[in-house]
Design a protein around this ligand. Structure first.
Ligand SMILES: *Cc1c(COP(=O)(O)O)cnc(C)c1O
Length: 432
């Protein structure tokens, strides 16, 4: 049998010791036993370290803060996760009224919130203005006018930034590339100046910033520098026209290692960008960074139990109790996640497609994986901290799993497992 050696990501919160995998100080097998599977497990240490790696670069050598991290909570919006980041000093990047409600629920300072998204409704815009967010990132001329209308009704001013589509290729999966001409995001590069001029004439609008976000799971710094140069050129032109903005939001998108990717080190990456801003003479601008995946991706795993081993003519299947409903990334982007046996067993190793019980051929979690497992064994699907639970669905009437946060020797249930009856509790049948 050919066994492809597939690299595992470097993890700080999850380690293998003598054949058993741990979340910080707790064996994953103990967590599965206590809380059941499927189960999301996050490491507080891992997300703290990732945050601190960014924050270290945000303070310059004189001790002055030159940038601020606004965690893009769409990657993982559990209240306990965002509360950890709030306590570490993070602001937030929001993409919906629902995320705004989450930020307010943990008592985040409204001035630490930026509100992005290509299709904000008037209701969402009103909620953001009433909350008093730092900035609304605008993605079209139509939206700009809508914000002006809503602000006029509320008799308030709207602090806004225009999201520039810099037309750079982030060289990532087409579904998570957002800074190309053909993408739905942002204002076309050649229309940005014109749009600022137009915005400056609107009575309720305050022009406070400029922003871009070129994609996700980006593993090199070069596209960021290209985008940065293009955006700084715009800032220069705006200044010439007397339009002064205060902040520059560089978005998120830094990739993580799922297997053998080698994304830049967070601190080095951030230093490179911030030094570039300073070298071009823009050190006076407040810089906003909006990382999501790189703060939480490798701070979480999804635990799942092997239900059946099903040998086949072409393929062997390892059927587990997690599915695309818990981790959609493989089905959506053919994404790779490391999969390990949480406890090494003497079982014979074979090559399997690891699949879930959902009635879709797209319901797979890993292909051609060499695993030494038996029915009833526990597997850990790695790098599931970002775009895992938040993309989970109840398809096939599957209750969403519990989420656990581990802090050293302690494990906390940060979201209870859903109960099946809850899934249809708000449905009603027609009267006779
Ligand atoms: C999704 C998103 C982010 C975060 O992206 P990651 O790849 O998770 O870092 C940041 N900013 C905006 C506007 C986004 O839509």
């Amino acid at each position: 049998m050919t066994s492809k050696a597939i690299a595992l990501p470097q993890l700080s919160g999850f380690t293998e010791r003598e054949g058993a995998w741990y979340a910080e100080e707790i064996p994953l097998a103990d967590l599965a036993k206590e809380f059941g599977t499927p189960l999301y497990v996050y490491s507080k240490k891992a997300l703290t370290e990732a945050y601190q790696a960014y924050d270290k670069a945000c303070i310059d050598q004189q001790g002055k803060r030159r940038a601020r991290v606004h965690y893009a909570m769409k990657a993982n919006s559990n209240l306990a996760v965002i509360d950890c980041f709030k306590k570490l000093g993070a602001g937030f990047d929001l993409v919906s009224g629902g995320e705004l409600a989450r930020a307010l629920a943990i008592g985040a300072d409204p001035k630490s919130l930026v509100f992005a998204g290509v299709g904000k409704s008037a209701t969402e815009i009103a909620s953001a203005l009433q909350a008093g967010v730092k900035c609304i990132n605008v993605e079209s001329i139509a939206e700009l006018h809508n914000i002006n209308r809503v602000a006029s009704k509320l008799n308030c001013r709207a602090p806004i930034s225009l999201r520039v589509n810099p037309d750079v290729d982030a060289k990532t999966h087409p579904y998570i590339s957002t800074g190309l001409k053909g993408n739905k995001f942002g204002i076309a590069y050649h229309e940005v100046l014109k749009t600022y001029r137009e915005a400056s004439q609107l009575p309720q609008i305050d022009l406070v910033g400029i922003d871009c976000h070129i994609g996700s799971q980006i593993t090199t710094t070069a596209p960021y520098l290209d985008a940065l140069d293009k955006v700084l050129d715009l800032v220069e032109n705006l200044k010439r026209e007397g339009i002064m903005i205060h902040h520059l939001d560089l978005g998120g998108g830094l990739g993580i290692s799922y297997s053998d990717e080698t994304p830049p080190d967070i601190t080095e990456f951030t230093n490179t960008l911030l030094n570039h801003v300073a070298n071009r003479g823009f050190a006076h601008l407040d810089i906003v960074l909006e990382p999501g995946r790189s703060l939480v991706g490798n701070a979480g795993v999804l635990l799942t139990t092997v239900e059946y081993l099903k040998p086949g003519v072409e393929k062997n299947f390892c059927i587990v109790d997690a599915a695309m409903t818990e981790l959609m990334r493989p089905a959506l982007y053919e994404a790779h996640h490391g999969i390990v046996a949480a406890q090494t067993k003497s079982a014979k190793s074979s090559t399997y497609d690891v699949v879930g019980p959902v009635c879709e051929s797209g319901d797979w979690l890993g292909r051609d994986r060499t695993l030494a497992v038996e029915e009833g064994d526990l597997l850990a699907i790695l790098s599931a901290g970002a775009y895992g639970f938040v993309m989970a669905s109840n398809y096939n009437t599957r209750p969403k799993p519990a989420e656990i946060m581990v802090d050293g020797k302690n494990a906390y249930v940060i979201r209870a497992r859903e109960k099946t009856a809850e899934l249809f509790a708000s449905e009603t049948i027609l009267p006779n």
